[in-house]
Design a binder for this molecule. Structure first.
Ligand code: NAP
Length: 314
């Protein structure tokens, strides 16, 4: 089944995608936005966002995304829940295939974000989800009231997850493979000085214990300086070691770099090697990865789209 030819299809409803939708909708391009399995993107799993400009007291991540969605809707963005299985960017118009439906588009803005990276240690996969291993403190933290938990990682995400978990857990071990956090100074200071957080420095995760009982009973770690192994007696393990770009169905059609991130053309942050196909947000940015920079890229992609369409029609 084919659809009419869309002016612009935006893929992804995180900060980048919704900003692109707001701008293209206000430019009267009548955008169609495709939302996948996590509407609103990563910010919907964050608690307080303190660094998005314009909110001096901070803003709830879910509320911020809900507001962006309402703003995009107000200017006429159409939303459709679908999963893009494959694309054909050799044809004009561009083709996006989801199940038995093919969407035809003059231009495409890919803003598919990134997904949590996992450690790959034994037991992690088996006990992921409701069994004790998770990547989202906001979603699952309340299940660990008065229990001991561990957070793995050393960046802002790990510090933020650990701090959030202090609201529920009796103790939070922050397990990091180096001797200092990579997180920003303000977040690192808050985490390392918190009375409920115990830093487990220079320690690599070895295995998740509890597979036989079907629920987490501990996290085995190895100190990289002494080679000593020990088991932290935790019931919950929060993995916060970064993200991998969601470029899967597009990676053969659009240039990506060695790490799988979209590789924009020289001189542009958002133009791909395919004319009329743009990228925005965490799927194309492994340097800044902020809500505000994703929104900025969404804006750039939308303006480039508008100009490209105008040039084609001139
Ligand atoms: P990140 O900065 O890339 O940090 C990932 C951490 O995980 C690093 O400390 C890394 O260790 C560790 N790690 C990676 N692979 C590992 C493995 N296999 N085993 C154990 N540890 C591993 O990722 P992030 O914390 O998700 O942050 C991503 C971006 O979002 C950053 O730019 C960050 O500033 C931003 N962010 C900002 C906020 C905020 O401002 N509120 C909140 C969250 C995220 P090494 O240090 O040894 O490399």
């Amino acid at each position: 089944m084919s659809s009419p030819i869309e002016n612009v299809v935006v893929i992804g409803t995180g900060c980048a995608g919704l900003t692109a939708a707001i701008y293209t909708a206000r430019a009267n391009l009548n955008p169609l936005i495709i939302e996948g399995t996590q509407p609103g993107g990563q910010l919907t799993t964050t608690s307080e966002v303190e660094n998005f400009p314009g909110f001096p007291e901070g803003v709830d991540g879910f509320m911020l995304m809900d507001n962006l969605r309402k703003q995009a809707t107000r200017f006429g963005t159409r939303f459709e829940q679908a999963r893009i299985d494959s694309v054909d960017f050799t044809s004009t118009p561009r083709k996006l295939v989801c199940g038995d439906r093919t969407i035809l588009a003059k231009t495409v803005i890919i803003a598919t974000g990134a997904s949590p990276r996992m450690t790959g240690i034994p037991g992690e996969k088996e006990l992921f989800g409701g069994k004790g291993v998770t990547t989202c403190a906001t979603c699952d933290g309340a299940f660990y009231r008065n229990m001991e938990v561990a957070v793995i990682g050393g960046g802002d995400s790990a510090a933020e997850e650990a701090l959030f978990l202090t609201r529920f857990a009796s103790k939070v071990y922050l397990v990091h493979r180096r001797g200092e956090l990579r997180a920003s100074k303000i977040m690192a200071d808050r985490a390392t000085s918190h009375e409920k957080i115990e830093m487990v420095w220079n320690s690599v995760p070895v295995s998740v214990e509890g597979v036989e009982e079907d629920s987490v009973s501990g996290l085995k770690v190895k100190n990289s300086q002494t080679n000593e192994e020990s088991t932290l007696p935790v019931k919950g393990i929060f993995v916060a070691i970064g993200h991998l770009p969601n470029t899967g169905p597009f990676a053969e059609a659009v240039d990506v770099d060695d790490e799988g991130y979209f590789k924009p053309s020289v001189g542009s942050q958002v133009q791909t090697n395919i004319p009329g196909v743009y990228v925005a947000g965490d799927c194309a940015d492994h340097v800044y990865r902020q809500a505000i920079t994703a929104a900025g890229m969404g804006c750039q992609a939308a303006i480039e789209t508008e100009r490209w369409l105008a040039e084609q029609e001139a």
